[in-house]
Design a protein around this ligand. Structure first.
Ligand code: CTP
Length: 311
């Protein structure tokens, strides 16, 4: 509010009014404060400042220290660092400018009847963080998302889907793309038939569900012929023989890279993630880091791939 009005009555607000440099704001406050029209008007006003101007990173959506939930959480420190690097380097940091990226995220939901369905556990956090990291590096990002409770990252075009078949169609529609990163937890099967009315409990016991296998979206994109993205990246969630299973997945699915995740520990819904990048050339271990940081590591790796910097 002070910055928007030019009020300078303490060191921070005086510095803001005394500088001729660009300012990066990382706002953090209670959700109701953030959504208050007075605050939103101040944010909108700051964004119109001419000259070097004011940029924003965050806020994120999530749990707040006060116990509420919503937008207002401070952006993750790695995201702030990314934003600072992008501001300092200017257009040079936009290493993926002009590149089109496709990211899948979240679970799919396969309806059984109007009130029930089959789904997988996935918060979508890792995929959303990757979409955000690619967009911060200048890529034009389409995020094909199953049902999750996350906001679309700034500058990312989100396409909502529910089922694996819809996800596959949305991915095809998003082509051509230079890079595809498939993080979605796609349900392997869907009910053969979807009941039009709610299936009632019957004296004869529970109904049997006949299942059909869903298409493998990653394998399909990897074999898309001339429409195949130049770099296709899959994820492998494994509980045992991480590297062996991931390497077999790489060749079975025909993708270029696999980011292998050990999900035997606490990963689902958590903010931390450790991973191994598996390529034809070898393996790189990435230590446990926040999902935002891991997304930045992967996005940098993708940028290096396209700029031809030695891998
Ligand atoms: N994937 C996909 N379409 C599917 C299944 C998986 O695109 N129908 C993608 C995921 O997005 C991920 C990768 O394939 O990038 C691996 O997913 P995972 O669940 O680990 O592999 P599965 O093929 O289900 O193999 P398995 O059940 O044998 O571990």
């Amino acid at each position: 509010a002070k910055a928007a009005r030019g009020l300078a009555d303490d060191l921070a607000s005086t510095t803001l009014i005394a500088t001729d440099k660009r300012v990066l704001m990382a706002p953090a406050m209670n959700v109701r404060m953030w959504l208050h029209p007075a605050v939103q008007a101040n944010v909108a006003r700051l964004a119109t400042f001419p000259g070097p101007g004011v940029a924003f990173v965050g806020p994120d959506e999530g749990d707040m220290a006060c116990g509420e939930f919503g937008p207002g959480r401070m952006a993750e420190p790695p995201a702030i660092l990314d934003a600072i690097a992008a501001e300092l380097a200017g257009p040079a940091a936009r290493l993926l400018a002009g590149r089109r990226a496709l990211v899948t995220a979240g679970p799919t939901f396969e309806p059984i009847d109007p009130v029930r369905g089959l789904t997988n556990r996935s918060s979508g956090k890792q995929g959303y963080a990757i979409a955000a990291a690619l967009a911060r590096r200048g890529a034009e990002v389409t995020l094909v998302s199953g049902p999750v409770a996350l906001d679309a990252p700034p500058g990312v075009a989100r396409v909502w889907v529910e089922t694996a078949l819809q996800m596959q169609a949305a991915c095809q529609a998003a082509l051509p793309a230079d890079v595809a990163v498939m993080t979605a937890a796609v349900a392997d099967w869907r009910p053969d038939q979807v009941a039009t009315g709610k299936i009632k409990k019957a004296p004869g016991g529970p109904p049997s569900l006949a299942l059909t296998e869903n298409p493998d979206i990653l394998a399909g994109l990897s074999a898309a012929g001339p429409r195949r993205p130049g770099l296709v990246v899959g994820f492998a969630a494994e509980t045992e023989d991480l590297i062996g299973n991931a390497r077999r997945k790489l060749s079975r699915k025909g993708c270029d890279w696999i980011v292998a995740n050990d999900v035997s520990a606490d990963v689902f819904g958590a903010d931390g993630n450790a991973a191994t990048l598996i390529t034809a050339a070898g393996e790189e271990s990435w230590p446990r880091q926040s999902k935002t940081a891991l997304a930045g590591t992967l996005a940098d790796r993708i940028a290096r791939h396209f700029t031809g910097t030695p891998e």
